[in-house]
Design a protein around this ligand. Structure first.
Ligand code: ISJ
Length: 567
């Protein structure tokens, strides 16, 4: 994509939307024909959104990157001529940040700026979260199409004309309903060997004993070669089926976008998405995942967040599963690790809030793991942009550690790879400054016929390197299951259907079935942007075989051929 850096007073944002009743096409259908950069956002209790192409892109880097993106976004939206027709169809910016303030410049993150937000050329918003092919029978299911242009020459007439073209295109799309098989993994390479892991975890524990550190989250990266290029539209759909309570996302970097200090808009902004000449054939990398962790959602003065830390596996029988949940809920190490996170989040919110409410700590069951979870809500003292809350909260000790600076140093010294966008904030913002951001866990970067997966664990004083290793392998499962060709799908679905959360007080809740420097880019000329500036019950496992369930899962994770354990 050609792009140019643009003064915001030179551009006009024009956005028009229309409702499409009974849209039969799903994310799976449209993702394939959409134009890079593509984004998908699918969250419990939120509309599902697919973005195609970039009418504008905001890029930032450095320690003031949150503020830079916020200022650029506010400037961009302030130029707007927006007729959304419905709040759900309102134009939004989708994107995220790297974990660290500096840009990652190594594989697989080379094409990802430190912070990047895309203002899609075409945004399709499904009115319900359940937008898969089964919904076609649902008369109420409908979608909105929004066409955005950011260009000195953008006119309402031109955008409306383009909107009518997009409506025809989407309405006439065949819904294939075909789910293609996972690509299959041919080779795996761990970036951290078992020995290196043991040394890293032991060194972190020593730092904790020496009182320099309370907690640090250490991660691993797993590179896999695939038999073929993964079909991300299918993968994200299946992740939605297996992990309905998780936040699913796909983000592609904008090809050719300068990585800092820019606002860019797309020279092709007025061309039709999906037409032959711009059909997506690129090998753009894509960051995708299904994370259980919402960093923050801001709507008006209501802030929703939570602490998610402390992990165990799923049992093979209901009794074993409940036993594991009960053990997790009363395990001192996990509760300590969890409470450090919950307490820090409350402290991080307190300068902005008139009230902070923590719900009871509970066990949250996902298809492959169970976590300790404390939902937290706050009321803001005054209006705050979602990105200000993101800045206040990232990184929580659920993915960084305490104290934050020593934890960040320990992470950099220990991990032999760059986290890139893993464990960092990914989400959306709108013109009102509302937004939802998640912590990008259970995630991977797909690049050509390969992918790099990331997963981490919280290390505290009484952590054991072997158990922490096992926990990392378990956390690879959501993504690895979508890449490996095997018959494990059915088991995962069965477990997903039992997603519930259990209050530690023993009640059952089913809330689980329910979220630098700057650039915006526009075409051609390059001018500096102004915005640069517990359950109480105790159960025993039913049998020895059941008690070995965790070991079985982990052994499974290692069954593939060609595992290269070298660093
Ligand atoms: C770091 C990850 O997960 C985080 C660490 C957890 C833990 O240590 O128990 C649990 C949930 C997440 O906050 C990951 O999934 O990669």
């Amino acid at each position: 994509m050609e792009s140019r850096q643009t003064r915001l007073d030179d551009v006009t944002l024009v956005s028009r939307s229309a409702r499409i009743p009974s849209l039969s096409s799903s994310v799976r259908d449209i993702f394939d024909i959409a134009t890079s950069p593509r984004v998908v956002w699918s969250a419990p209790d939120e509309t599902t959104v697919l973005g195609s192409g970039a009418a504008a892109t905001i890029v930032a880097t450095g320690s003031d990157r949150f503020e830079s993106v916020r200022d650029a976004a506010e400037s961009l939206f302030s130029t707007g001529d927006v007729h959304a027709g419905s709040e759900v169809a309102r134009p939004r910016l989708f994107g995220g940040f790297a974990f660290h303030a500096e840009r990652a410049d190594s594989k697989p993150w080379k094409q990802f700026p430190n912070a990047q937000f895309i203002f899609p050329r075409v945004q399709i918003t499904w009115s319900t979260d359940t937008h898969t092919e089964t919904d076609t029978a649902d008369n109420d299911s409908h979608a909105w199409i929004t066409v955005n242009a950011v260009d000195p020459g953008a006119t309402p007439d031109a955008v409306e004309y383009r909107l009518s073209q997009e409506i025809e295109r989407v309405k006439t799309l065949e819904s294939t309903n075909n789910s293609r098989s996972p690509p299959g993994v041919t080779c795996r390479h761990r970036r951290t060997s078992r020995d290196a892991w043991n040394r890293g975890v032991t060194a972190a524990i020593n730092r904790i004993s020496a009182d320099n550190l309370q907690k640090v989250v250490l991660a691993q990266a797993l590179e896999v070669e695939l038999e073929e290029t993964p079909v991300l539209g299918d993968i994200i759909t299946r992740l939605g089926e297996h992990y309905p309570s998780c936040y699913r996302f796909i983000i592609e970097p904008v090809p050719g976008t300068p990585v800092d200090q820019r606002i860019h808009t797309d020279v092709n902004a007025m061309t039709t998405v999906g037409s032959e000449d711009i059909h997506n054939t690129s090998q753009s990398p894509a960051f995708f995942g299904a994370t259980p962790e919402r960093l923050v959602s801001v709507r008006g003065r209501t802030v929703e967040t939570g602490a998610l830390a402390g992990t165990t596996g799923r049992g093979e029988t209901t009794a074993e599963d409940e036993w594991l949940a009960a053990e997790l809920a009363r395990d001192e190490k996990n509760v300590h690790e969890h409470e450090l996170v919950a307490e820090t989040i409350r402290e991080q919110l307190s300068p902005y809030a008139t009230a902070i409410t923590s719900d009871s700590r509970r066990v949250r069951k996902l298809a492959t793991v169970q976590h300790l979870w404390t939902p937290i809500t706050a009321t803001l003292e005054e209006d705050k942009h979602a990105l200000s809350l993101v800045e206040a909260l990232h990184p929580t000790p659920a993915v960084g550690g305490l104290p934050p600076t020593t934890a960040a140093e320990t992470i950099r010294e220990t991990e032999p790879f760059d986290r890139g966008w893993y464990a960092a904030p990914v989400g959306w913002i709108d013109a009102a400054g509302y937004g939802t951001f998640v912590v990008a866990l259970r995630s991977a970067v797909a690049h050509d016929d390969a992918a790099t997966l990331f997963a981490g664990v919280g290390i505290v004083a009484d952590s054991n390197p072997d158990s922490e290793w096992d926990e990392v392998q378990l956390k690879y499962r959501p993504i690895l299951d979508e890449l490996e060709s095997n018959d494990a799908d059915d088991d995962t679905i069965n477990q997903a259907q039992s997603e519930i959360s259990t209050h530690t007080q023993g009640t059952v809740d089913d809330t689980m079935n329910e979220s630098a420097s700057t650039s915006i880019s526009t075409p051609d000329t390059t001018v500096p942007s102004e915005s640069n500036s517990q359950s109480n019950t105790t159960m025993e496992p039913t049998s020895d075989a059941d008690a070995d369930a965790d070991a079985d899962v982990d052994a499974d994770a290692d069954t593939n051929t060609n595992i290269d354990d070298t660093e």
